[in-house]
Design a protein around this ligand. Sequence first.
Ligand code: AGP
Length: 607
Amino acid sequence: MCGIVGYIGKKTAQDVLLNGLKRLEYRGYDSAGIATLDDEEQPHIARSVGKIAELEKVVAKEPQTGHLGIGHTRWATHGGVTEANAHPHHVGNIWMVHNGIIENYKELKAELKDVEFKSDTDTEVLAAFIDKNFAKGTSLKDAVAKAVKKVRGTYGIAVFSPLEPGKIVVARLGSPLIIGVGKDETIIASDASALLGYTREAVYLNDGELAVCSDDNVDVYNLNLKHLSTNTETIEGDLAQIQKGGYDHFLLKEIMEQATTLHNTLSGRIDPKNGTMHLGGPNLTTKEMKDLRHIVIVGCGTAYYAGLLASYYMEQLIPDITTEVVIASEYRYRSFHLPEHTVALIVSQSGETADTLACLREIKKRGAKTLGVVNVVGSTIAREVDGGTYVHAGPEISVASTKAFTAQVVAMLMFAGMIAEVHGGNKSLISQFTQELAILPKEIEKTLNEHHDTMKKLAKKYAKYDDALYLGRDTAYPIALEGALKLKEVSYLHAEGYASGELKHGPIALVDDTFFEVFDILDNWLFEKSIGGLHEVRARGGHALVLTDAVDKEIDADDVVRINTPIKQLVPILLNTLQQLLAYYVAVERGNDVDQPRNLAKSVTVE
Ligand code: AGP
């Protein structure tokens, strides 16, 4: 979604801002802009609809020479995709960028009868309020504090004024802001990836805080303007992780690097010799683990599907615990009840998803312990949970989540394994899962390498269709859902995931020879049942692509891709990597913007 960059230092601000905005492109946006203050304290602004490349063209015509500035990528919420609605916004003596939503902007606007608004945005209303306060002779810091106190909604803002040169004031509520502290320079960003290569030291602003930043200082305050002490934290990651590394797209890079990233997820957490798993982060006492009776897993989209797959494993490993998986956008408004001894797993790649964060807060209110299953270090969810585990998948740049899914499932599985141990669970089953986890990276690598060309070829064929059904049973069901989501996200094909057993309860009505069906079929006790669905689809003219670990069983389908692996329980994770390749190559075949699919944002920070 929207992204913010700010800079004060010795470098030309325009270059740092454009570079930072490019790093944030992956979040999804539809317009962009920068505003800088030159050394004569004159402000300059450039905005454009479309990609950063368009903004660069505008800036090239009138380069901005100042050493202080703010930049923004906008994902439209209030008002269409126009240059006038793009940030930064300028009202009176205020230049401002904003992430989030000002829910009461209409009320606030009504109080500003004398302001002539130039855009349809909620942001301009807040800028006008800051300007109004500022005009009364207060400092910029005080004007910002006073204005944001009136806001209902969420904001991450960066503001400058030529009347107080040399400083940028930032504030946050529900929308991340990180202040990178460099040598004689300060770089502000809504996402740590924009800071990489400039500095590793950063101040993470908390909700309800504002900061006054200059090139050599950061002062943090609460909204009552009490000065707060600040801690700098070290930013993880390096530049190579946010570059394509020779691949055409981040999506392909992230699919192909899963074996490596999974090593990081597993590192120090499994003991194949003793057949045990252990996570350090959950911060649960042995008694809390023993008492545990109920696990609720919360997430959106792919994170939800990862939770769904993990729940099947949890039911096997810890049968005395009830596991429930919920969609965050629904759960947050339900009158849910959490029994005693509940732990909530809050699953999120970005750690910023608005609905997931809202659930976390609702669950905390009800007194249950919350544990994060998060990828982005230092993200809001990671900071607000009681404990948890980082999945260590590394920066995921492509909007479509791939390696994070794998890492999330594995992290939750290790959590279940650890609890199973304390609950006196089935030792040989715990050990079997541990052994499979130990070889999973190698098996993922083998699967991706062996079937890469086949999936590419099949994608060419299936890219011609407009509709697809993904079907799976048992642990293959969550990956059928995930496979369909991945395909629709990047290829824009209509794709639906179903439990195979549901086929006759409705979706089979759709099947004719204009559809193709992806069957995720496991070589287990449900094989024959899964094959039944395949026959029914074939009999109605459907075109079936089967992904399976059954190497020697007869399967009558248009195409069959067989994975030969010693893995049994974790086969769905392997099949899913094939689905990822299929989605990727179908999208490429259809000429889509693979890494930044239309209408989507990497982290959904608004409802
Ligand atoms: C995945 O491909 C999607 N882009 C989306 O469903 C995503 O998984 C969802 O928005 C949740 O994001 P999070 O993991 O950052 O919370």
